[in-house]
Design a binder for this molecule. Structure first.
Ligand code: SF4
Length: 500
């Protein structure tokens, strides 16, 4: 299956490419089996409390390329994420002991009259201004709903600027309205890097690509044990480094939801093999992942050594903590693949994962390989998740589900989700760094943090007595999936609803 076509300026959106959905109510085993049969179909919500924009996801990958400029060809309102990502950029620079530098983000500030008379000239001027001020090694142009509606030839502007300035000026077509699956924005960013920056390599290097957000560098030791060097992409790469990511001996996914397109692009266009097993979460998952990496590198013996050492060093304490978690009910809310990895991790730690709200669902990844099916393997190796919903951060749905399920623990990756647990008196743990849970040490990290979080029960219960809740009695009497499909509470699975 080839899903990558860098001759086209725009990525094919996830709905079409992968059959991705963002609304579902059922069980984990149902969504797994319907995905395998190609039976999933998305449904509309009658009401949405919030939405994400795929422009923002594209920006989060491009904004931290250290010597590039990002120009948002959009009204100024679309630049809301500039401050947010500049903050993250600065914090993470300091964590990596890099010289402090501000993010170099520009907006063309498309105004009402530009939508009538055209905004291409503004874009040309902004490109020149950014180049004169910053002397970047590449410029990315992220598009917006407004630039998409005007429909000017931005590709032609970028091509002319590339010729004039002698650096790659690359479009990233990520208009918010192109896709309601906001992770399409990641794909748009990777598409622009693959088509505008990455060059074919004549020889392999000793590098392994780790496609990630801006997480901690937990792979350094393990990759060096295999005799290779880690290369974390895209945040904190330089344009020159990105040019050569095609020379890697392998690509590692920390979250296939993030990196499916880039991993498959490097594989299909440049022959870089992907580690096609679920990311290294949990002891069993880390064993499997190390063996898969060892096989790609032809170093199975090194993998076995690391596995043996990891078991000796970390598993006794993990086993001890597992005793404390027996019978505890857990609820997970996170992005799709990462949420599924957390389900695996919690299940292995002996918790009963009774519910999950993940932000979208990819029935398949760009590699087309079902060995990356994290949820399928979690269901097969552990238990089904009885309340599994695909819910794109609709807090009302989450709150309603939590009110019914009343788990002992909530685990979340995004801010703004755990506060609802606290309001219900449920100990809640927020871990933003996806790499925090990687490997044997990561499993112990989580076990320790969960142990601490469960100890906060008295405080959280006390807190909840004083918390207010904006939702009405009426809402709590409705099914959490009330706004999905026909309101039956079964998402789009109901017969006659155009669903499964
Ligand atoms: S690109 Fe569209 S959806 Fe995204 S922030 Fe701008 S107007 Fe909103």
């Amino acid at each position: 299956m080839s899903t990558i076509n860098i001759k086209e300026p725009s990525v094919v959106i996830r709905e079409k490419r992968l059959g991705t959905i963002n609304a579902f109510t059922g069980t984990a085993s149902e969504i797994v089996s319907r995905s395998a049969k190609g039976e999933l179909k998305d449904c509309k919500r009658k009401f949405s409390q919030c939405l994400g924009c795929n422009q923002q996801q594209a920006f989060c990958q491009l904004a931290m390329i250290r010597d590039a400029v990002v120009i948002n060809h959009a009204p100024i309102g679309c630049a809301g994420e500039f401050a947010d990502f500049n903050f993250t950029y600065r914090v993470e620079q300091s964590r990596r002991q890099l010289p402090p530098a501000l993010g170099r983000y520009y907006s063309t500030n498309i105004a009402e009259k530009d939508t009538v008379f055209g905004a291409a000239k503004k874009l040309e001027e902004t490109i020149r201004l950014a180049y004169e001020r910053e002397h970047p090694n590449a410029i990315f142009i992220t598009t917006s709903c407004a630039s998409g509606i005007i429909g000017e030839d931005i590709e032609a502007v970028a091509d002319a600027a590339t010729e004039e300035l002698g650096i790659p000026v690359v479009t990233c077509n990520c208009e918010g309205f192109r896709s309601k699956i906001w992770t399409t924005g990641f794909d748009a960013a990777y598409h622009s890097v693959l088509r505008g920056i990455v060059q074919p390599s004549e020889e392999k290097s000793n590098k392994i690509n780790i496609i990630n957000f801006w997480g901690s560098h937990v792979f350094d030791d393990v990759i060096r044990r295999f005799g290779y060097e880690p290369r974390y992409v895209i945040p904190f790469s330089t344009v020159e480094e990105l040019r050569h990511i095609s020379d890697a001996v392998a690509t590692i996914h920390i979250c296939p939801s993030l990196s499916t397109y880039m991993g498959a692009g490097l594989s299909q266009l440049h022959g870089v093999p992907e580690v096609l097993v679920p990311p290294a979460y949990g002891v069993a998952g880390t064993d499997r992942w190390l063996r898969a990496l060892g096989t790609i590198l032809g170093k199975e013996d090194v993998a076995e050594e690391i596995i043996k050492e990891g078991h000796e060093k970390y598993v006794p304490e993990i086993d001890k903590l597992k005793e404390r978690f027996k019978g505890k009910k857990a609820y997970v809310t996170a992005g799709a693949a990462h949420g599924q990895a957390l389900i695996t991790l919690l299940s292995e730690l002996g918790m009963d994962v009774v519910g999950a709200a993940v932000f979208h669902h990819d029935p398949v990844y760009d590699s087309g390989d079902d060995k990356l099916d994290i949820l399928g393997q979690a269901v097969k190796n552990y238990k089904d998740v009885p309340d599994y919903r695909v819910c794109n951060k609709q807090a009302c749905e989450l709150v309603n589900a939590l009110n019914r399920i009343k788990p002992d623990l909530i685990l979340a990756r995004h801010g703004g989700m755990t506060l609802w647990g606290a309001k219900f008196g449920i100990p809640s743990l927020l871990i933003g760094d996806e790499q925090f849970g990687i490997g044997y040490r990561g499993a112990l990290n989580y076990a320790r943090r969960i142990d601490d979080t469960l100890d906060s029960i008295e405080f959280i219960k006390n807190y909840s007595k004083h918390a207010s809740n904006p939702y009405t009695k009426w809402w709590f009497e409705q099914d959490p999936g009330y706004f999905q499909g026909d309101g039956s509470g079964r998402g789009c699975q109901t017969a006659g609803n155009g669903g499964f």
